[in-house]
Design a protein around this ligand. Structure first.
Ligand code: GAL
Length: 436
């Protein structure tokens, strides 16, 4: 039997969902500040101006993570807190804030991980086209170099860009996330630029030795509705879009345009050497998975030729996110990514379950019990899984869903900003103390 190495357990949070302090200490506006001004875009009409006030309460949150027994604290940096204009002048107070977060993590014995980009582009860069403007490859590289120069002396693990498909799909194709752009041209150009930026960011970070630099890929299991060729082709297309597009070009496999022909249009944005430049030998890959989708062929849907069968119309109970909670996807994707390269270290860098305020937190315990079982199964199979980061610590601003879904193992009161460990948090604390 393969000897299972002990996995590391941690938590992931993101700046735009937790920090608040949106106009404090020199921070510039981000696209999420602008987007949430149109309150109808957010399900409960809310915004993240205060969010969970992590900016002022980071010590309390880090203490909670330590108290639960977690070993990793992954947080993202707000680009516009570091560079209010996106480029140019550095905001010293932004640097100071993240130094405090990092130093406090180290002081209390939890490992800080940085996500360089978790969807909150500076508005000033969006004014110049955001991800549709190829200049962003350089803007991002400069930003990442600043992070490296200030933080890489104490932070070893870095995730360059969180979930490209959700960032670009939601923000530049469907328009349901900031900056609310739509359309195929926005999508195609942004995709290419984001991947190029990520590849360049990797090179920039690796200029410093000893760093572990990876990416975080959104993974959604896609299944055909019927056992017909048409539905299978439709499922392959959506799978290429959701699960392959934002990793295969980095792996040297090019764009998955065989299964998704509209991607051929990306060539319009190629410059000489781009395909080569996209190749990135990440030190690790983060898999992030929540749900599964079932799709059916639909000739009338442009580009994709497929429609999603909503979870309400399937034999599943949708969560408050409207999606099926599907922990089994973790096993499927860990096995699938191990096929790309069985040596590559893999992390489950986000997984979690959304519950409504009045739903029983026991459901989350059941969910994480399944995740734990999966980690044991895949580790026995010899898959190089290093650890799991929970989404998330404290209930927070869930993008277009506002504060309605609760993903945290810690409850949060929006009026008093008070935190309270949930049943699932206490359960984790016990579990983590037992496996020590
Ligand atoms: C991920 C995202 C997180 C969080 C989570 C739950 O896609 O990275 O920021 O929102 O989904 O929906």
């Amino acid at each position: 039997m393969t000897k299972i190495k002990r996995l590391k357990w941690g938590v992931t949070i993101a700046a735009a969902q937790t920090e608040g302090a949106y106009d404090i200490d020199g921070r510039g506006a981000s696209i999420w500040d602008t987007f949430t001004e149109k309150s109808y875009k957010i399900k409960d009409g809310s915004n993240a101006k205060i969010a969970t006030d992590f900016y002022h309460k980071f010590k309390e949150d880090i203490d909670l993570a330590v108290d639960i027994g977690l070993q990793i604290f992954r947080f993202s940096i707000s680009w516009s807190r570091i560079l209010p204009e996106g480029i140019g002048e550095i905001n010293p107070q932004g640097i100071k804030f993240y130094n405090q977060v990092i130093d406090y993590c180290i002081q209390v014995g939890i490992e800080p991980w940085i996500t360089a980009y978790h969807w909150d582009l500076p508005q000033k860069l969006q004014d110049k086209g955001g991800w549709t403007n190829r200049e962003i490859v350089n803007w991002y590289a400069v930003y990442v170099a600043i992070l490296r120069d200030h933080f890489a002396d104490r932070v070893t693990h870095w995730i360059l860009i969180n979930e490209g498909i959700v960032c670009i799909g939601g923000g530049y194709f469907l328009g349901v996330h900031a900056p609310g752009k739509r359309g195929i041209r926005n999508f195609i150009s942004s995709t290419h630029h984001l991947l190029l930026a990520q590849a360049k960011g990797f090179t920039v970070l690796k200029e410093k030795s000893g760093l572990q630099v990876g990416t975080a890929v959104s993974c959604t299991k896609i299944e055909p509705y019927g056992n017909t060729i048409r539905d299978r082709v439709a499922a392959n297309k959506i799978d290429a879009l959701m699960n392959r597009l934002f990793i295969e070009p980095h792996l040297g496999l090019g764009y998955p345009d065989g299964d998704l022909p509209f991607l051929k249009r990306i060539s319009k944005y190629y410059k000489e050497g781009d395909l080569e430049a996209l190749k990135t030998d990440f030190d690790f890959i983060g898999i992030q998975t929540y749900t599964r989708e079932v799709v059916k062929a639909a000739w009338y849907i442009p580009y994709l030729g497929a429609i999603q069968i909503k979870s309400q119309n399937r034999n599943v109970t949708p969560s408050v996110m409207g999606w099926e909670t599907y922990p089994e996807g973790a096993q499927y994707f860990l096995e699938r990514f191990a096929k790309y390269d069985s040596n590559k270290p893999l992390w489950l860098s986000e997984c979690g379950m959304a519950l409504a305020a009045d739903e029983d937190d026991q459901e989350r315990i059941n969910y994480y019990q399944k995740i734990i079982k999966i980690t044991e199964t895949v580790s026995h199979k010899g898959i190089n899984l290093k650890g799991v980061l929970l989404w998330t610590l404290v209930d927070n601003f869930e993008w277009a869903e506002g504060y309605i879904p609760k993903f945290g193992i810690v409850r949060f009161d929006r009026k008093t900003l008070q935190r309270q460990i949930k049943k699932s948090g206490l359960w984790f604390k016990k579990y983590l103390s037992e496996i020590k």
